[in-house]
Design a protein around this ligand. Structure first.
Ligand code: PLP
Length: 397
Protein backbone atom coordinates (compact mmCIF):
# COMPACT_ATOMS: atom_id res chain seq x y z
CA UNK A 1 0.00 0.00 0.00
CA UNK A 2 1.32 3.46 -0.90
CA UNK A 3 2.39 5.80 1.88
CA UNK A 4 -0.42 8.27 1.16
CA UNK A 5 -3.00 5.51 1.39
CA UNK A 6 -1.81 4.43 4.82
CA UNK A 7 -1.78 7.99 6.11
CA UNK A 8 -5.24 8.62 4.64
CA UNK A 9 -6.63 5.42 6.15
CA UNK A 10 -5.09 6.17 9.51
CA UNK A 11 -6.58 9.67 9.42
CA UNK A 12 -10.02 8.39 8.55
CA UNK A 13 -10.37 5.27 10.67
CA UNK A 14 -8.07 5.42 13.70
CA UNK A 15 -9.09 7.41 16.76
CA UNK A 16 -6.95 10.51 16.69
CA UNK A 17 -5.36 10.40 20.12
CA UNK A 18 -1.79 10.82 18.85
CA UNK A 19 0.07 13.38 16.78
CA UNK A 20 1.93 10.97 14.56
CA UNK A 21 5.15 11.43 12.58
CA UNK A 22 4.61 12.20 8.89
CA UNK A 23 5.90 8.88 7.56
CA UNK A 24 4.98 5.22 7.66
CA UNK A 25 7.39 2.83 9.33
CA UNK A 26 7.69 -0.49 7.59
CA UNK A 27 10.49 -2.47 9.20
CA UNK A 28 13.47 -2.30 11.50
CA UNK A 29 16.86 -3.90 11.89
CA UNK A 30 19.25 -3.34 14.78
CA UNK A 31 18.78 0.31 15.80
CA UNK A 32 17.56 1.43 12.38
CA UNK A 33 13.98 1.88 11.25
CA UNK A 34 12.98 2.10 7.58
CA UNK A 35 9.94 3.89 6.20
CA UNK A 36 7.92 2.70 3.24
CA UNK A 37 10.01 4.86 0.92
CA UNK A 38 13.15 3.02 2.04
CA UNK A 39 14.47 5.94 4.14
CA UNK A 40 16.53 4.92 7.16
CA UNK A 41 16.18 6.48 10.63
CA UNK A 42 18.50 5.92 13.57
CA UNK A 43 16.12 5.17 16.43
CA UNK A 44 16.73 7.01 19.69
CA UNK A 45 13.22 6.31 20.97
CA UNK A 46 13.00 2.49 20.87
CA UNK A 47 9.20 2.51 20.73
CA UNK A 48 9.19 4.73 23.85
CA UNK A 49 11.80 2.83 25.84
CA UNK A 50 10.51 -0.56 24.72
CA UNK A 51 12.79 -2.19 22.15
CA UNK A 52 15.81 -2.80 24.37
CA UNK A 53 17.21 -5.39 21.94
CA UNK A 54 16.42 -3.24 18.91
CA UNK A 55 14.73 -4.73 15.85
CA UNK A 56 15.05 -8.13 14.22
CA UNK A 57 17.10 -9.69 17.01
CA UNK A 58 17.53 -13.29 15.77
CA UNK A 59 17.22 -14.92 19.20
CA UNK A 60 14.12 -12.93 20.09
CA UNK A 61 12.47 -13.56 16.73
CA UNK A 62 13.25 -17.29 16.93
CA UNK A 63 11.79 -17.57 20.44
CA UNK A 64 8.60 -15.78 19.36
CA UNK A 65 8.25 -17.92 16.23
CA UNK A 66 8.84 -21.16 18.09
CA UNK A 67 6.35 -20.32 20.84
CA UNK A 68 3.76 -19.03 18.34
CA UNK A 69 3.94 -22.35 16.50
CA UNK A 70 3.54 -24.28 19.78
CA UNK A 71 0.86 -22.28 21.64
CA UNK A 72 -0.25 -18.65 21.34
CA UNK A 73 -2.91 -18.38 24.03
CA UNK A 74 -4.70 -20.60 26.49
CA UNK A 75 -5.94 -18.35 29.37
CA UNK A 76 -4.91 -18.18 32.98
CA UNK A 77 -7.14 -21.10 33.89
CA UNK A 78 -4.32 -23.33 32.68
CA UNK A 79 -0.64 -23.55 33.50
CA UNK A 80 2.00 -22.84 30.89
CA UNK A 81 5.73 -23.16 31.09
CA UNK A 82 6.82 -19.79 29.60
CA UNK A 83 4.99 -17.83 32.32
CA UNK A 84 6.26 -20.02 35.15
CA UNK A 85 9.85 -19.80 33.92
CA UNK A 86 9.64 -16.04 33.42
CA UNK A 87 8.22 -15.51 36.90
CA UNK A 88 11.07 -17.51 38.36
CA UNK A 89 13.64 -15.51 36.38
CA UNK A 90 12.18 -12.21 37.62
CA UNK A 91 12.02 -13.35 41.25
CA UNK A 92 15.54 -14.79 41.17
CA UNK A 93 16.84 -11.42 39.99
CA UNK A 94 14.88 -9.17 42.33
CA UNK A 95 13.47 -8.66 45.85
CA UNK A 96 10.21 -10.29 44.76
CA UNK A 97 8.68 -13.61 45.72
CA UNK A 98 5.77 -13.62 43.28
CA UNK A 99 4.67 -12.08 40.01
CA UNK A 100 1.33 -11.16 38.47
CA UNK A 101 1.41 -10.87 34.68
CA UNK A 102 -0.74 -8.40 32.74
CA UNK A 103 -0.49 -6.53 29.45
CA UNK A 104 0.73 -2.97 29.95
CA UNK A 105 2.26 -0.51 32.37
CA UNK A 106 -1.05 1.07 33.27
CA UNK A 107 -2.53 -2.33 33.98
CA UNK A 108 0.46 -3.26 36.14
CA UNK A 109 -0.13 -0.11 38.20
CA UNK A 110 -3.84 -0.89 38.48
CA UNK A 111 -2.88 -4.25 39.90
CA UNK A 112 -0.41 -2.67 42.30
CA UNK A 113 -3.10 -0.30 43.64
CA UNK A 114 -5.55 -3.16 44.12
CA UNK A 115 -2.99 -5.37 45.85
CA UNK A 116 -2.06 -2.51 48.19
CA UNK A 117 -5.70 -1.81 49.01
CA UNK A 118 -6.36 -5.46 49.82
CA UNK A 119 -3.13 -5.73 51.80
CA UNK A 120 -4.16 -2.77 53.97
CA UNK A 121 -7.71 -4.05 54.41
CA UNK A 122 -6.43 -7.48 55.43
CA UNK A 123 -3.71 -6.37 57.83
CA UNK A 124 -5.39 -3.31 59.35
CA UNK A 125 -9.09 -4.19 59.70
CA UNK A 126 -9.52 -1.47 62.32
CA UNK A 127 -8.75 1.12 59.63
CA UNK A 128 -10.95 -0.51 56.97
CA UNK A 129 -12.38 2.09 54.60
CA UNK A 130 -9.79 4.64 55.69
CA UNK A 131 -6.40 3.08 54.96
CA UNK A 132 -7.03 3.33 51.22
CA UNK A 133 -4.98 6.38 50.27
CA UNK A 134 -2.24 6.32 47.68
CA UNK A 135 0.50 8.95 47.68
CA UNK A 136 1.91 9.91 44.27
CA UNK A 137 4.26 12.66 43.14
CA UNK A 138 4.20 15.73 40.97
CA UNK A 139 5.59 14.97 37.52
CA UNK A 140 4.72 11.28 37.78
CA UNK A 141 3.30 9.27 34.94
CA UNK A 142 1.69 5.95 35.78
CA UNK A 143 -0.70 5.42 32.86
CA UNK A 144 -4.07 6.30 31.36
CA UNK A 145 -6.56 3.90 32.91
CA UNK A 146 -8.80 5.40 35.60
CA UNK A 147 -6.73 4.18 38.57
CA UNK A 148 -3.32 4.91 37.10
CA UNK A 149 -4.62 8.24 35.77
CA UNK A 150 -5.67 9.20 39.28
CA UNK A 151 -2.04 8.84 40.42
CA UNK A 152 -0.74 10.75 37.36
CA UNK A 153 -1.23 14.26 38.66
CA UNK A 154 -1.34 16.33 35.52
CA UNK A 155 -4.26 18.61 34.76
CA UNK A 156 -4.00 18.00 31.01
CA UNK A 157 -4.42 14.24 31.39
CA UNK A 158 -6.91 14.23 34.24
CA UNK A 159 -9.28 17.16 33.68
CA UNK A 160 -11.37 15.70 30.82
CA UNK A 161 -12.09 12.53 32.76
CA UNK A 162 -13.01 13.72 36.26
CA UNK A 163 -14.10 12.39 38.67
CA UNK A 164 -11.17 10.06 39.20
CA UNK A 165 -10.45 7.40 41.81
CA UNK A 166 -10.63 9.13 45.21
CA UNK A 167 -8.04 8.84 47.95
CA UNK A 168 -4.97 10.12 46.11
CA UNK A 169 -2.59 12.58 47.75
CA UNK A 170 0.08 14.33 45.74
CA UNK A 171 3.47 15.34 47.15
CA UNK A 172 6.46 17.05 45.57
CA UNK A 173 9.07 14.80 43.97
CA UNK A 174 12.43 14.86 45.77
CA UNK A 175 10.86 16.72 48.69
CA UNK A 176 10.77 14.55 51.79
CA UNK A 177 8.99 17.12 53.93
CA UNK A 178 6.18 17.24 51.40
CA UNK A 179 6.06 13.42 51.32
CA UNK A 180 6.05 13.24 55.11
CA UNK A 181 3.00 15.52 55.21
CA UNK A 182 1.13 13.38 52.69
CA UNK A 183 1.96 9.92 54.10
CA UNK A 184 -0.27 9.16 57.08
CA UNK A 185 -1.74 6.14 58.84
CA UNK A 186 -4.44 6.22 56.16
CA UNK A 187 -1.88 5.62 53.41
CA UNK A 188 -1.90 2.12 51.97
CA UNK A 189 0.80 2.77 49.36
CA UNK A 190 3.30 5.28 48.05
CA UNK A 191 4.06 5.00 44.36
CA UNK A 192 7.13 6.55 42.75
CA UNK A 193 9.28 6.24 39.65
CA UNK A 194 12.94 6.04 40.73
CA UNK A 195 13.63 7.98 37.55
CA UNK A 196 10.66 9.94 36.23
CA UNK A 197 10.31 9.37 32.50
CA UNK A 198 7.38 11.22 30.93
CA UNK A 199 7.74 13.93 33.55
CA UNK A 200 11.09 14.97 32.06
CA UNK A 201 13.86 12.50 33.05
CA UNK A 202 14.13 13.49 36.70
CA UNK A 203 16.34 11.31 38.90
CA UNK A 204 15.18 10.63 42.43
CA UNK A 205 17.75 11.69 45.00
CA UNK A 206 19.07 8.82 47.15
CA UNK A 207 17.91 10.46 50.42
CA UNK A 208 14.46 10.86 48.92
CA UNK A 209 13.94 7.17 48.15
CA UNK A 210 15.54 6.15 51.44
CA UNK A 211 13.30 8.60 53.25
CA UNK A 212 10.20 7.26 51.49
CA UNK A 213 11.14 3.74 52.56
CA UNK A 214 11.43 4.89 56.18
CA UNK A 215 8.13 6.83 56.04
CA UNK A 216 6.33 3.81 54.57
CA UNK A 217 7.73 1.60 57.32
CA UNK A 218 6.68 4.07 60.02
CA UNK A 219 3.15 4.41 58.65
CA UNK A 220 2.74 0.75 57.64
CA UNK A 221 2.30 1.58 53.97
CA UNK A 222 3.63 -0.27 50.95
CA UNK A 223 6.33 1.28 48.78
CA UNK A 224 5.66 0.76 45.07
CA UNK A 225 8.36 1.46 42.50
CA UNK A 226 7.02 2.04 39.02
CA UNK A 227 9.90 0.80 36.88
CA UNK A 228 7.81 0.53 33.74
CA UNK A 229 10.13 2.95 31.94
CA UNK A 230 13.31 3.08 34.04
CA UNK A 231 13.51 -0.64 34.85
CA UNK A 232 15.04 -3.59 33.03
CA UNK A 233 18.46 -2.20 32.28
CA UNK A 234 17.46 1.23 31.03
CA UNK A 235 19.52 3.08 33.66
CA UNK A 236 22.43 0.63 33.54
CA UNK A 237 21.34 -1.67 36.37
CA UNK A 238 18.68 -4.34 35.95
CA UNK A 239 16.39 -2.41 38.30
CA UNK A 240 16.67 1.36 38.55
CA UNK A 241 16.32 1.11 42.34
CA UNK A 242 19.54 -0.91 42.65
CA UNK A 243 21.42 2.36 42.31
CA UNK A 244 19.75 3.54 45.53
CA UNK A 245 20.00 0.41 47.63
CA UNK A 246 16.33 0.81 48.53
CA UNK A 247 13.93 -2.09 48.08
CA UNK A 248 10.20 -1.71 47.40
CA UNK A 249 7.34 -4.00 48.40
CA UNK A 250 5.90 -3.93 44.88
CA UNK A 251 7.49 -3.12 41.54
CA UNK A 252 5.68 -2.67 38.24
CA UNK A 253 7.25 -3.47 34.88
CA UNK A 254 6.14 -3.36 31.26
CA UNK A 255 7.63 -1.52 28.27
CA UNK A 256 10.84 -3.47 27.44
CA UNK A 257 9.85 -6.71 29.12
CA UNK A 258 8.37 -8.42 26.06
CA UNK A 259 10.98 -7.24 23.57
CA UNK A 260 8.18 -5.31 21.82
CA UNK A 261 5.29 -7.65 22.60
CA UNK A 262 2.73 -6.32 25.11
CA UNK A 263 3.30 -7.61 28.62
CA UNK A 264 3.27 -6.05 32.06
CA UNK A 265 4.21 -7.49 35.43
CA UNK A 266 3.63 -6.73 39.09
CA UNK A 267 6.42 -8.07 41.28
CA UNK A 268 5.74 -8.34 45.00
CA UNK A 269 6.88 -9.75 48.32
CA UNK A 270 5.20 -12.78 49.85
CA UNK A 271 3.68 -10.46 52.46
CA UNK A 272 1.73 -8.67 49.72
CA UNK A 273 1.05 -11.82 47.70
CA UNK A 274 -0.40 -13.63 50.68
CA UNK A 275 -3.51 -11.41 50.81
CA UNK A 276 -4.59 -12.22 47.26
CA UNK A 277 -6.89 -15.19 46.71
CA UNK A 278 -8.07 -16.94 43.54
CA UNK A 279 -10.70 -14.74 41.91
CA UNK A 280 -9.43 -11.47 43.42
CA UNK A 281 -7.81 -10.21 40.23
CA UNK A 282 -7.27 -11.36 36.67
CA UNK A 283 -6.88 -10.58 32.99
CA UNK A 284 -7.57 -12.69 29.91
CA UNK A 285 -4.32 -12.07 28.08
CA UNK A 286 -1.94 -11.85 31.07
CA UNK A 287 0.91 -14.39 31.05
CA UNK A 288 0.52 -14.86 27.31
CA UNK A 289 2.94 -17.66 26.33
CA UNK A 290 4.42 -15.84 23.33
CA UNK A 291 5.00 -12.63 25.28
CA UNK A 292 6.50 -14.64 28.16
CA UNK A 293 8.81 -16.55 25.81
CA UNK A 294 10.01 -13.24 24.35
CA UNK A 295 10.46 -11.77 27.83
CA UNK A 296 12.67 -14.67 28.87
CA UNK A 297 15.04 -13.78 26.04
CA UNK A 298 15.03 -10.11 27.09
CA UNK A 299 15.70 -10.84 30.76
CA UNK A 300 18.42 -13.38 29.94
CA UNK A 301 20.19 -11.06 27.53
CA UNK A 302 20.08 -8.09 29.92
CA UNK A 303 21.54 -10.34 32.62
CA UNK A 304 24.45 -11.54 30.47
CA UNK A 305 27.85 -10.58 31.92
CA UNK A 306 28.94 -7.16 30.73
CA UNK A 307 25.63 -6.12 29.16
CA UNK A 308 24.63 -3.64 31.84
CA UNK A 309 28.19 -2.35 32.35
CA UNK A 310 28.16 -1.59 28.64
CA UNK A 311 24.85 0.31 29.01
CA UNK A 312 26.40 2.36 31.84
CA UNK A 313 29.54 3.14 29.83
CA UNK A 314 27.54 4.10 26.74
CA UNK A 315 25.25 6.26 28.84
CA UNK A 316 28.16 8.14 30.39
CA UNK A 317 29.68 8.62 26.96
CA UNK A 318 26.38 9.92 25.56
CA UNK A 319 25.85 12.37 28.41
CA UNK A 320 29.44 13.66 28.19
CA UNK A 321 29.18 14.19 24.45
CA UNK A 322 25.80 15.90 24.76
CA UNK A 323 27.20 18.21 27.42
CA UNK A 324 29.80 19.37 24.89
CA UNK A 325 27.13 20.71 22.53
CA UNK A 326 27.49 24.43 22.57
CA UNK A 327 23.99 25.82 22.44
CA UNK A 328 22.74 28.65 24.65
CA UNK A 329 19.31 27.04 24.54
CA UNK A 330 20.35 23.89 26.41
CA UNK A 331 19.53 24.28 30.09
CA UNK A 332 20.62 20.86 31.28
CA UNK A 333 21.62 17.40 30.09
CA UNK A 334 20.72 14.75 32.65
CA UNK A 335 19.99 11.08 33.01
CA UNK A 336 21.40 7.72 33.94
CA UNK A 337 22.39 4.88 31.63
CA UNK A 338 20.55 5.21 28.34
CA UNK A 339 17.70 7.27 29.79
CA UNK A 340 18.73 10.80 28.96
CA UNK A 341 16.96 14.15 28.83
CA UNK A 342 18.08 17.40 27.22
CA UNK A 343 16.18 20.27 28.78
CA UNK A 344 15.90 23.28 26.47
CA UNK A 345 14.61 26.78 27.09
CA UNK A 346 12.15 26.48 24.20
CA UNK A 347 9.75 23.86 22.79
CA UNK A 348 11.51 20.85 21.29
CA UNK A 349 8.86 19.76 18.75
CA UNK A 350 10.64 21.55 15.84
CA UNK A 351 13.91 19.74 16.69
CA UNK A 352 12.13 16.40 16.52
CA UNK A 353 10.83 17.33 13.07
CA UNK A 354 14.33 18.36 11.96
CA UNK A 355 15.58 15.05 13.30
CA UNK A 356 13.24 13.21 10.95
CA UNK A 357 14.67 15.15 7.99
CA UNK A 358 18.17 14.08 9.09
CA UNK A 359 17.21 10.44 9.66
CA UNK A 360 16.96 10.60 13.45
CA UNK A 361 14.00 9.48 15.54
CA UNK A 362 13.65 11.26 18.89
CA UNK A 363 10.84 11.89 21.33
CA UNK A 364 10.08 14.51 23.94
CA UNK A 365 9.24 14.30 27.63
CA UNK A 366 7.18 17.41 28.22
CA UNK A 367 7.26 20.46 25.99
CA UNK A 368 10.90 21.45 26.48
CA UNK A 369 12.74 18.21 27.05
CA UNK A 370 14.20 15.97 24.37
CA UNK A 371 14.25 12.37 25.56
CA UNK A 372 16.83 9.89 24.32
CA UNK A 373 15.98 6.26 25.15
CA UNK A 374 17.62 4.25 22.35
CA UNK A 375 17.72 0.47 22.15
CA UNK A 376 20.16 -0.71 24.83
CA UNK A 377 22.17 -2.53 22.17
CA UNK A 378 23.05 0.71 20.37
CA UNK A 379 26.71 0.98 19.35
CA UNK A 380 28.93 3.87 20.40
CA UNK A 381 29.45 4.81 16.75
CA UNK A 382 25.68 5.26 16.36
CA UNK A 383 25.52 7.33 19.55
CA UNK A 384 28.32 9.53 18.19
CA UNK A 385 26.52 9.92 14.89
CA UNK A 386 23.33 10.84 16.74
CA UNK A 387 25.16 13.46 18.83
CA UNK A 388 26.73 14.97 15.70
CA UNK A 389 23.32 15.27 14.05
CA UNK A 390 21.75 16.63 17.21
CA UNK A 391 24.54 19.13 17.62
CA UNK A 392 23.93 20.38 14.08
CA UNK A 393 20.20 20.65 14.80
CA UNK A 394 20.55 22.39 18.16
CA UNK A 395 23.29 24.81 17.18
CA UNK A 396 21.75 25.68 13.84
CA UNK A 397 19.21 27.86 15.61
N1 PLP B 1 4.49 3.96 34.14
C1 PLP B 1 5.48 4.62 33.55
C2 PLP B 1 6.65 5.06 34.38
C3 PLP B 1 5.44 4.91 32.19
O1 PLP B 1 6.43 5.60 31.62
C4 PLP B 1 4.31 4.48 31.45
C5 PLP B 1 4.19 4.79 30.01
O2 PLP B 1 4.83 5.66 29.50
C6 PLP B 1 3.30 3.79 32.12
C7 PLP B 1 3.43 3.54 33.46
C8 PLP B 1 2.09 3.30 31.38
O3 PLP B 1 2.44 2.22 30.58
P1 PLP B 1 1.50 1.76 29.38
O4 PLP B 1 1.59 2.82 28.34
O5 PLP B 1 2.12 0.45 28.93
O6 PLP B 1 0.14 1.58 29.93
Amino acid sequence: MAKEDTIALEGQFILQTYLRAPFVIERGMGCTLYDDQGRAYLDLAAGIAVNALGYGDPELVAAIQAQAARLIHVSNLYQTEPAAQLARMLCERSFADRVFFCNSGAEANEGAIKFARKWAKTHFPARAGRKVEVVAFEGAFHGRTMGSLAITPREKYQAPFQPLMPGVRVARFNDLASAAAAITDDTCAVIVEPVQGEGGIHLAEPEFLRGLRALCDQRHALLIFDEVQCGLGRTGTLWAHEFYGVTPDIMTLAKPLGGGLPIGAVLMTEDVASVMQPGDHGTTFGANPVACAAAQVVVRRLSAPGFLADVRAKGEHLIERLQEINSPHIREVRGRGLMVGIEMDLPVAPFIQQGYARGLIMINAGERILRLVPPLIIERADLDRAVDELSAILTGL
